[in-house]
Each structure stands twice: as structure tokens, then as C-alpha cells.
Design a protein around this ligand. Structure first.
Ligand SMILES: Cc1cc2nc3c(=O)[nH]c(=O)nc-3n(C[C@H](O)[C@H](O)[C@H](O)COP(=O)(O)OP(=O)(O)OC[C@H]3O[C@@H](n4cnc5c(N)ncnc54)[C@H](O)[C@@H]3O)c2cc1C
Length: 376
């Protein structure tokens, strides 16, 4: 098949690499380039975990975990720092139940046990805590570039500085894609197209009749160092959700070569096309460090830098993965897509070339389709 992929972030690049590895002719177009700082997939690390409040997500994460092993084999190096995860606060009971029901190794922990796992972390009687060992930090930049190199070495064509203007799924001979490449207009015709445009996805879905309310936002994280006596590379990642479970709350992860990365899951501002300002917000940086100092009272954190990137909330905070005619849609990462890098490759490639999904997750993947929005 001739396949065009619009967007070379986590979703698009993974799909492009898998399709190319399967022998399809693939061109991936990206307006800002792989790992660019305007979109969602840049930065040194991201949390990976199997811990999730719902069983379907845990099942997908289990499958994805095996796919990470395969990606690391292909890359010839490990791309994950397995230091474990402590999930605290909101939804801790649901997380524990879902992990138990899906047979994933985990433990409900108390003050004494938490102190053995993360001595610097303050204990909070009011917040339940679950330990999940097969978790930690993805080496995000490395992983994204590992996928980029498997794509290009398998014959895939990556076109940076290519802004797609139009996707016409009713053109004669296939799907017509029109783009501005380095200022010049260029057209392609493909058998199938994957639209994985992150916060810009909404611009393409309407024309496909795939209306889904996406909410792209900008979020900020801060990298800190210090605590020379703290072996950060061994410390677990943390998700400390508010008791109402309305967001990820405070989250943090070890980041090799830097120290620790922290974030507060409250949008800095809505994502607006054309707003390329990614200058960090000092107020939010101060808030993140204050929260970190509250949770790790013995750690005298020193700010290294802060970064802003985007994520795109779907109406139910679940991915949107589906095919509409000859166009595959991948969007709605909802701030939790990076850890599913290898799974996106499999699912999107299967949607393109109509390969079957594994029985164990076929219903879970189908539940991520557009149909769930139609009867609202
Ligand atoms: C602060 C923050 C913290 C996060 N923490 C975690 C975490 O701990 N764990 C986790 O799993 N995930 C996390 N995420 C989420 C994760 O980073 C995203 O889910 C993932 O990167 C989404 O990838 P994507 O491919 O959907 O989007 P993007 O990476 O946004 O990819 C879309 C691409 O499309 C291109 N594009 C758009 N429009 C066009 C066009 N017209 N023509 C050509 N190209 C176009 C863009 O240039 C971009 O490269 C976090 C995200 C943020 C912002």
C-alpha cells in the first residue's frame, strides 16, 4: 500500500515505522519535525505504568509492555527506566482492583513500606497508596529517535517542514494530500492516510465527518536537581491524584542526567494554533517546586529548567483510534499517550492494512473508536 502519515509525533511516527517495517510504502509529513517543542512529544522522560483505574486500560498496557520489549530489541538498547511507580490518592482503590483483576504485580503499601521504596517521600494517612513495580520512566527523546531511525532504515520517507493543508478522501485514485513543503505546494495520492496531528487533529476531523470535541491544552513541567545523596535514578515515579480523581494531580519521575521531573496536571492555557510561545511560566514553576518540597521535605530542589508542551484531551480522556473510509484517525492522547508508543504503531498499522487485532485486546481497541461519540 501507499500510505501517507500526517504528523510524526508519538502516534504518527510509531504508525509510520510499523507500516514501513511491514513493507508498505510510507511517507510521513510533519510541519515542525520529530520531537519538536511546539507539539506534544518532546522532552527527556515520560511516566510509563500499567497502573490505571480501568481494566481495559490495564489490558492495553500489558500488551503494550510486551511491545516495548520488541521495540527495545529493535533499537538495541533499553528505553525504559524501571524504578516502579507509586500511585497515591484519588482512584487508588480502582487502580488496585484493576491491577488485581488483570493479574498485574502490585502492592497496597503502608507508611513503613513506602519508606523503603521512596524514603524522601512524605506519607499521607488520608491518601491510599499502591506500588506497581513494572513501571517508571520512558527515555522519551531516545525512544522517539529510535523509532525514527527504524522508520528511515526500513525505507520510510520522513518529510519535515511539511504542513498538510488538505486531506481529500474522495479524490479519484485514492486519498489526495496537499501540503506546503518548505514554502512550495506539493501533492500526494495514497491508498490510505493516517491523521495523527496531535493538538491540530480537530482541523482535519470535521471534513471527514468524524466530529469529536477535542480540547488541546498547554501543560508545564519542571526539571530539578540537588539532593546529591539521593540516587534519583532509582527512585520511583509518582502519580498523586486528587481525591476526586479529576486529574493526574501531581506527578514526578526520575530523569537520568538531570535529576527529577515534576508536573502539576492543570493546563497552563488552551492550545491555540499560531501561538508558538513556549516560554515557561515562572509562577507555575514556583508552584511545582513548592509542591515537590512539600512532598519531599528533606530534598532541597534546585530548578534546572521548565518546559511547556501540549496534550489533547478527548471527551472521555481516552484515545480516539479509528478508520473512516481510507483515513485512519489517531488523536485525543489526553496526556497519557507516550507510554503507549509501541501500541499505537500496532493498532494504527492494523487499522490501515486491516490486519486483525490480538483477541486479548480486540474489544478494548474497538472501544477507542469514534462510534462511542455518535449517540451523545
Ligand atoms: C507536560 C506533559 C506531560 C506528559 N506526561 C506524560 C507521561 O508521563 N506519560 C505519558 O504516557 N504521556 C505523557 N504525556 C503525553 C504524551 O506526551 C502525548 O500523549 C504524546 O506525545 C502525544 O503524541 P501525538 O503523536 O498524539 O501528538 P504530537 O506529538 O503533538 O504529534 C502531532 C504532530 O503532528 C504535526 N502536525 C500537526 N499538524 C500538522 C499538519 N497540518 N501538517 C503536518 N504535520 C502536522 C506536529 O508538528 C506534531 O509533530 C505528557 C504530555 C505533556 C504535554
Amino acid at each position: 500500500m501507499r500510505v501517507i502519515v500526517v504528523g510524526a509525533g508519538v502516534m504518527g511516527l510509531s504508525a509510520a515505522a510499523e507500516l514501513s517495517a511491514r513493507g508498505h510504502y510510507v511517507v510521513a509529513l510533519d510541519r515542525f519535525g520529530v520531537g519538536n517543542r511546539i507539539a506534544s512529544s518532546s522532552g527527556a522522560t515520560r511516566i510509563f505504568r500499567l497502573a490505571h483505574p480501568s481494566r481495559d486500560h490495564v489490558r492495553l498496557a500489558k500488551w503494550n509492555h510486551v511491545l516495548w520489549d520488541r521495540l527495545e530489541q529493535r533499537a538495541g538498547r533499553s528505553l525504559r527506566l524501571k524504578t516502579g511507580l507509586i500511585w497515591r490518592g484519588g482512584l487508588a482503590d480502582d487502580v488496585q482492583r484493576a491491577l488485581a483483576d488483570e493479574g498485574v504485580d502490585h502492592e497496597r503499601i503502608d507508611r513503613r513500606r513506602q519508606a523503603t521504596l521512596f524514603p524522601e517521600l512524605r506519607w499521607d494517612d488520608a491518601r491510599g497508596a499502591v506500588w506497581q513495580p513494572e513501571a517508571g520512566a520512558v527515555l522519551a527523546d531516545l525512544a522517539l529517535h529510535a523509532v525514527e531511525s527504524t522508520f528511515t532504515t526500513s525505507g520510510g520517507h520522513l518529510v519535515p517542514d511539511a504542513r498538510v493543508l488538505e486531506v481529500d478522501s474522495h479524490a479519484p485514485g485514492g486519498v489526495r494530500v496537499v501540503a506546503e513543503v518548505a514554502g512550495a505546494r506539493q501533492e500526494w495520492t495514497a491508498d490510505r492516510v493516517v491523521i495523527a496531528a496531535g493538538p491540530w487533529a480537530g482541523q482535519f476531523l470535521g471534513a471527514l465527518g468524524a466530529g469529536v470535541q477535542l480540547t488541546p491544552v498547554l501543560e508545564q513541567v519542571t526539571y530539578v536537581r540537588g539532593g546529591a545523596d539521593i540516587p534519583w535514578q532509582n527512585r520511583p515515579a509518582i502519580v498523586d491524584a486528587p481525591l476526586d480523581g479529576s486529574s493526574f494531580g501531581f506527578y514526578a519521575m526520575p530523569t537520568p542526567g538531570v535529576g527529577f521531573k515534576v508536573g502539576i496536571d492543570t493546563p497552563l492555557r488552551p492550545f491555540v494554533d499560531g501561538d508558538l510561545d513556549r516560554e515557561p511560566d515562572i509562577g507555575r514553576e514556583r508552584e511545582s517546586v513548592e509542591r515537590l518540597r512539600y512532598e519531599l521535605p528533606t530534598f532541597d530542589a534546585e530548578v534546572v529548567r521548565s518546559e511547556i508542551c501540549s496534550w489533547t484531551d478527548s471527551p472521555d480522556d481516552r484515545f480516539v483510534l479509528d478508520r473512516v473510509g481510507d483515513v485512519v484517525v489517531a488523536c485525543g492522547d489526553s496526556g497519557q499517550g507516550f507510554k503507549f508508543l509501541p501500541m499505537f504503531g500496532e493498532v494504527l498499522a492494523n487499522l490501515v492494512d486491516e490486519s486483525p487485532m490480538p483477541d486479548s485486546v480486540a474489544a478494548d481497541v474497538a472501544s477507542l473508536g469514534l462510534e462511542r461519540f455518535t449517540d451523545r
